[in-house]
Design a protein around this ligand. Structure first.
Ligand SMILES: Nc1ncnc2c1ncn2[C@@H]1O[C@H](COP(=O)(O)OP(=O)(O)OP(=O)(O)O)[C@@H](O)[C@H]1O
Ligand SMILES: [Mg+2]
Length: 274
């Protein structure tokens, strides 16, 4: 059973922006943890560090006893195969069927030639079908992805992630494009991925009420730091204020910026001064 352990994680982008300052937490198998925080707090940066798209500046991430931050190329490949990622915009192949999209989750586990030819063994087909069944979409297996509703698309994306037989699932705002009813439905299936499959599931989410309803635990990030880490019941108004507060120093990055101050910041904004 996998655990995720993050220790003193820091991420500074090449332009000098420190998106993650110092994050530490661990996530046990079978738990759904929601990450909340205002826009720009560093939620997506955290998930991208976890799945290895971004390299941490310092600190450590351990997934299933592989240290992501010091992984060999082979370990990195294995990790990528074993991390199910669910995106806000589904990332399905529109012209392929729901079944084919889920089957794509098996690609990482197949030998090179078979995956190039797109020839899937019977066992992989069975895995794909059972994953579709788990999101209650077996009856839509043959339907083209672009003819599915938003909620169904996201359930196919969850099934595809499950078909990877992943060590964990990361979801970056998986319900942001859905109406409230479908959002509940998708959260229920993510919840089931944690409870029934015993996976750690990490969800970036803006809807605090949904986070409270479906999570075992909530981590609030503010300005690249953990501002809250605890059960939903402890997420009081005061705590929320702390999580969603704005550091006065960042105001110059938003509505308080004028063309003059942008010019004065020069290099740190890229090439506006040149
Ligand atoms: N490649 C990059 N280079 C420089 N800065 C970046 C880069 N990616 C993200 N940032 C900055 O890092 C900060 C955190 O971004 P991130 O996308 O993690 O925020 P977020 O919490 O996911 O926000 P949202 O809720 O809007 O999705 C933001 O200020 C963003 O502009
Ligand atoms: Mg984001």
């Amino acid at each position: 059973m996998s655990t995720i352990q993050v220790h003193n994680l820091r991420k500074v982008f090449p332009n000098g922006h420190e998106a993650l300052k110092d994050l530490s937490f661990s996530i046990a198998p079978g738990t759904l943890v929601s990450i909340i925080g205002r826009s720009g707090a560093g939620k997506s940066t955290l998930l991208r560090c976890l799945n290895g798209i971004l390299t941490a500046t310092s600190g450590t991430i351990r997934i299933n006893d592989i240290e992501v931050t010091a992984a060999s190329p082979q370990e990195r490949r294995e990790l990528r195969r074993r991390i199910g990622f669910v995106y806000q915009e589904y990332n399905l192949v529109d012209r392929s069927t729901a079944f084919r999209n889920v089957l794509a989750g098996r690609l990482g586990q197949m030998p090179g030639l078979q995956s190039v030819l797109g020839v899937f063994p019977q066992a992989d087909r069975m895995i794909a079908l059972s994953c579709l069944d788990r999101v209650q979409l077996l009856h839509k297996a043959g339907q083209r992805a672009d003819r599915l509703s938003g909620g169904e698309k996201q359930r196919v994306a969850i099934a595809r992630a499950l078909a990877q037989q992943p060590w964990l699932i990361l979801a970056d705002e998986p319900v942001a494009s859905l109406d409230p009813e479908l959002a509940h439905e998708v959260m229920r299936f993510l919840r089931a991925a944690a409870t029934d499959t015993g996976l750690p599931v990490l969800v970036n989410i803006h809807d605090v009420a949904l986070a409270q309803e479906y999570s075992d635990r909530i981590i609030g990030i503010a300005e690249g730091l953990v501002a809250f880490d605890g059960p939903p019941a402890e997420l009081t108004r005061d705590v929320l204020r702390r999580v969603y507060r704005r550091d006065p120093r960042t105001l110059v990055g938003a509505e308080h910026m004028t063309p003059q101050s942008a010019l004065a910041l020069g290099g740190s904004l890229g090439d506006v001064a040149n």
